[in-house]
Every structure is written in C-alpha cells, then in structure tokens.
Design a protein around this ligand. Sequence first.
Ligand code: SF4
Length: 156
Amino acid sequence: MNYLSYHPIDVVNGQGTRCTLFVAGCEHQCRGCYNQKSWSCDSGHQFTAELEQQIIDDLNDTRIKRKGLSLSGGDPLHPKNVDAVHRLVQRVKHECRDKDIWLWTGYLLNELDEQQQAVVKLVDTLIDGKYEQTLADPKLQWRGSSNQIIYQQPLR
Ligand code: SF4
C-alpha cells in the first residue's frame, strides 16, 4: 500500500485530536474529487512497517491526548489497500484499546465484500459513498455531500 500523507496531530478529520492517514488509490473517480492525485495506487510513498509502528506509538503517546485514528484517502478499502488497512486496524484495536477508528470510503456499506467487511467491523465510525458534486454542501460535518452516510457501531 502507498500513502499520500500522515498527520500525527489532526483536529479536522473526525472528533477530537487524532492521527490521520491518507492512503493512495481510489477507483471511484467522483466528479469534483478534491484530490485526483489520490486515484493512483502508485502515488505518494510506500506504507512501511516503521510507519505502522509510528502510528501505534503516536496513539499511545500519553503526552498528547489523542482520541483515535482516522483513515481516509484515496480509499482505505481499495482492493490494493484492504490487507494493509486490516492489519493496521487490528493492531490499533489490540494495542491502543482506548482509541477509536474512523474510516472514509467511496464504497457503500451494503456493497462491501468479505475482506472489506472484516475491516469495517473494527471501525467505530464509517462514512460511506462517493462524493456527489450535485449534493455537495459545505455545511455538512465530516462529509462532502449529503448522500454520504455516517455510521456508528453497530454499523447498519
Ligand atoms: S472517493 Fe474520494 S478520493 Fe475517491 S474519487 Fe471520490 S472524492 Fe476522490
């Protein structure tokens, strides 16, 4: 998996102070996408074991009270990303027990395959759906267009 950027302190992508990872790779091609550079799985940098460990360490760093991890992109549930993202969310659940996980995807919750479902089962807040330019509303919180749905566990 490649990633576009990692922000160890982020206050705009989800509730509270968070670590945020923007992964590379998205097949949705939404009209008006804010970052077409994110579409290629080859954009950005390789997601390494060192960065995975850095994220775990940042979440557990008691000097800064972080609420959790946010995963966006690109699409964290892109077929080429889903394995690495699954491993990361499993580690966060086991090693950072008081942290929550938010994940943004262009896929719909009810269209996810088995592998993608295994990831979202470990996610506390899921925002699904493509960005629809005709339904865009800057007043919306955590999402760009009104077709996108914010799900909290239990996801349904
Ligand atoms: S899902 Fe997000 S990153 Fe992918 S094309 Fe749509 S707006 Fe862009």
